[in-house]
Design a protein around this ligand. Sequence first.
Ligand code: F3S
Length: 416
Amino acid sequence: MDLTSEQRAILDGSRGPYLATCMRWLVEWGDVMGARRLIRVDNTHALLPVPNLMARGASRETIEQYVEGLREACRHRTAPGCYCTVHALFVTLDKVNAKENDPEQVRLQQEIADMAAEAGFIPTFTCAPYLVGNVPLKGEICAWTESSAVVYANSILGARTTRHGNESAIAASLLGVVPEFGVLLDENRKGTLRIEVSAQLVSPTDWGALGYFAGKLAGLGIPVFNGVRRPSQDDAKQLCAALATSGGVSMCHIAGITPEAPSLEAAFHGEVPAEFVGFTDATLRDMYASLRNRTGDEVDSVILGCPHASIREIAEISALLKGKRVADGVRLWINAARATKAGADAMGYTRVIEAAGGTILCDTCPTNMRIPARRIVTSGFKQAHYARGMVGAEVIVAALEPCIRAALAGRWMGDE
Ligand code: F3S
């Protein structure tokens, strides 16, 4: 890769050993990916979580070593002019009634959170930074972690980010550069798979089903959806999250809707493939069936807000819960960014949800916390996919309203 003299000097240690290491991470990654140069990045979404090591019995030494790595990153300032937000954590910094919220892990995380804020990272602690102010413009170069947010940024906002991991996003935040490859380049933003949608997509979860279907087929490619109505922000959130769950997708286009797809031709850079895959009402039903592996109807957890809930979703949940009570023994968690919860507090939604027995969980989600559950009902295809794999629970994916009905009854009541 061609480096400027300043970049080479940093690599050689002119700004100290840690930034030299950061530069090495970016250069080595770029070399492997065929990048020719490092380009300026103005917007990052970094990952600074203290992992759930205690719960997994890791040694004190291992934990301390990992945390020291985070401290080292936060002893530096974020690059001048770079807007840096932070991804979801593995614990909440609030007090919650869950033994998985290990007090020692919370203490260490609070220490890192304070240091990160001092370094210039905005403590959003969310998987949906675009809901709380990090909304890059079309063409803006970003370095985001969280695969669902990467797809949202590239596709819905028309910004440009490859899929980042912990080290690369921290390095980009501190140095203000990223290797130029993949979807940062025009030629790699061309659609690769045409999907003709005839199914009626009613709820955001239906859009998740479409994404789950397309992600499996597209792999690392770029699906192009044709024939769909304009999605709401919540619809788009579910679509992007599911695309990044069943596949390694970094972006999609919606013909006639998303910024780089004013037409089907534009989405494919003028070369529209004659072959396409259909997404019908039957396919939609199949996708729901693929993430419903229940062996009974009793439910112990209802998890909403994956990716983190918008204020509109919280308003809807609050309206559905008003004056009602969640069944005994059922945990109703609504995952949300702290900033979104502040809005919910101001609107009175939090009071209604808590009076009904629900909890708005900030900074994290039950899957990240590894809260054990036997049978989960959720409105997110991503949550259903990972809860089955990582928590080992039975799952039922459904639209928001049936999820709330299940929470109130303590059992799966069906979709209608
Ligand atoms: Fe967010 Fe947890 Fe889902 S971090 S994207 S709510 S699995």
